[in-house]
Design a protein around this ligand. Structure first.
Ligand SMILES: Nc1ncnc2c1ncn2[C@@H]1O[C@H](COP(=O)(O)OP(=O)(O)O)[C@@H](O)[C@H]1O
Ligand SMILES: Cc1ncsc1CCOP(=O)(O)O
Length: 260
């Protein structure tokens, strides 16, 4: 499957209800990839947008009561129109508001993938997380967290970090690409949620789409980190350039993956 070629030939429209910190980075990253992002803040347009969208990202990073209504309406319309939904429970353990919001969305609606960092996913799966904010402080095993989350919700999950773990529909794998500077900028996990939707739009097999999206994204980070990068500041534009200048070839021999 030539994901990048297909994304660039017919760019999937991904509606991003995401946090205020990462909107610009997410839009730039998606356009560099070749996809078509649209951010929205108005529930009145949920019906129109979900009639034409190829994916819906719900990222709760800076959610509030107004955005809660927006998210609910967008997912309801996405479900009605069979638009795939990725949920990013940013900072899940940080407050009861975040927990209740995410729990309610999972309970009420169909979600195709829950993705989060180890701390978020550990807290979501019922474990004790030490994180107080949006950054991961966990060194627990990513695959174990993913398995526990999948057992609890029966929804495909991706747990991110130095090792990424995917568990879905009888399938388990860990992925081992990426660059440490991804953990030193804001928004690398948030942009990944949108990128995954561009890949899902090109392949209904969620496992396959997620693995390829994570691998492409992390291999681009590796090349960005290796070329003229002095630190987090220069990593950001180099990363955007790398998402733009690479293609499907990067996936052919550089993916480090193990199947369980
Ligand atoms: N130390 C690391 N080494 C390699 N890749 C990493 C590292 N930290 C994060 N990543 C990658 O960065 C992306 C975001 O992961 P993460 O930092 O866990 O998410 P978040 O930004 O939501 O906290 C993922 O693609 C992940 O594989
Ligand atoms: C700093 C911050 N605060 C609320 S959302 C957000 C961005 C989090 O981005 P990521 O989880 O991708 O690092």
């Amino acid at each position: 499957m030539s994901f990048i070629k297909s994304i660039r030939e017919t760019p999937p429209l991904v509606v991003c209800i995401t946090n205020d910190v990462v909107k610009n980075f997410t839009a730039n990253g998606m356009i560099a990839l070749g996809a078509s992002p649209i951010m929205s803040g108005e529930k009145e347009e949920a019906e129109s947008l979900m009639k034409v969208a190829d994916g819906l990202l719900i990222n709760i990073g800076t959610a509030d009561m107004h955005k809660k209504e927006l998210m609910s309406e967008m997912i309801a319309q996405a479900n009605k129109n069979n638009v795939p939904v990725v949920l990013d429970p940013v900072g899940y353990g940080a407050s009861p508001f975040r927990k209740n919001l995410v729990n309610e969305l999972i309970e009420k609606y169909d979600i195709q993938l829950i993705k989060g960092n180890r701390s978020e996913m550990l807290a979501l799966s019922g474990g004790e997380s030490t994180s107080r904010g949006v950054d991961s402080t966990e060194d627990s095993d990513a695959l174990k967290i993913a398995e526990t989350s999948y057992d609890k919700f029966n929804i495909p999950v991706l747990v991110t970090g130095e090792t990424d773990a995917v568990v879905a529909n009888g399938h388990k794998s860990t992925l081992h690409n990426g660059h440490p500077l991804q953990g030193r900028i804001t928004g690398s996990g948030c942009l990944l949620g949108a990128v995954i939707l561009a890949f899902i739009a090109k392949n209904n097999d969620v496992n396959n789409a997620v693995e390829n999206a994570v691998s492409y994204y992390n291999l681009c980070a590796e090349t960005a980190g290796e070329n003229n990068t002095a630190g987090p500041g220069t990593f950001i534009p180099n990363y955007i350039d790398s998402l733009y200048s690479n293609d499907d070839d990067i996936l052919k021999d550089k993916v480090v993956k193990s199947h369980e």
